[in-house]
Write a protein that binds this ligand. Structure first.
Ligand code: SAM
Length: 208
């Protein structure tokens, strides 16, 4: 069992979940312990979801690694992150998109949004790349659209039409649908190609 952040990254690499050098670097630099409640810091490097309050969790590391490897965030991209929770995934994304990129993160629970803001404030080089919006991410976030990529951490029964609309042509959505992860490529305004990976577990996407 991993007892340091580097050991957690090593475990994800060894398991075949983490492959891309920029993502590996992000997992090493963004310490998961900075995103979990004080009493759970000792468990931060376990490959399990952990409670962060309000019946929500910081996602399981292997799921985050798997979904980010599908998304493949690139330097300079603008990414919409739905379901910010602890802010861990938003920070990983911000690390990967670099200083020319941006992460717009949406969280519906005010206390979690404020908690994610506090966690991210500790990362001097990342904080200006991330904006956390309080709201219902099931509608996307029109004000900053279009996005190069969109990722969600909570599951709905279908992919939101608003996300498809707010995505650039050539862009990618990675999101849970039921107990699957789907990757959707936007070929043009009307044409989307979808691939599905079964066997995951997610908290529900709650529409207000
Ligand atoms: N990526 C997060 C992390 O690193 O901690 C995982 C967060 S948790 C698995 C999913 C989050 O989605 C919860 O914080 C929940 O409040 C949020 N959520 C659920 N429905 C939402 C919605 N419609 N809009 C925005 N956030 C939502």
């Amino acid at each position: 069992m991993a007892t340091t952040n580097d050991e957690l990254a090593d475990e994800l690499i060894k398991g075949g979940y983490l492959k891309t050098p920029t993502l590996i670097e992000a997992f090493r630099e963004v310490d998961r312990a900075d995103f979990v409640p004080e009493r759970l810091k000792k468990d931060a490097y376990m490959n399990v979801p952990l409670p962060i309050g309000f019946d929500q969790t910081i996602s399981q590391p292997l799921t985050v690694a798997f979904m980010l490897e599908l998304l493949l965030p690139q330097p300079g991209e603008k990414i919409l992150d739905i379901g910010t929770g602890s802010g861990w995934q938003a920070a990983l994304l911000a690390h990967t998109v670099g200083d020319k990129g941006r992460v717009i993160a949406v969280e519906r629970i005010q206390e979690l949004k404020e908690m994610a803001d506090r966690h991210i404030a500790g990362y001097e080089d990342l904080k200006d790349r991330i904006e956390i919006i309080l709201g219902d991410g099931s509608k996307g976030y029109e004000e900053e659209a279009p996005y190069d990529k969109i990722i969600a951490a909570a599951a709905a029964d279908e992919i939101s039409p608003a996300w498809k609309e707010q995505l650039k042509t050539g862009g990618v959505i990675v999101a849970p649908v039921g107990a699957s992860v789907v990757i959707i490529n936007k070929v043009d305004a009307e044409k989307f190609e979808t691939k599905e990976y079964y066997g995951f577990s997610f908290v529900p996407l709650i529409s207000d």
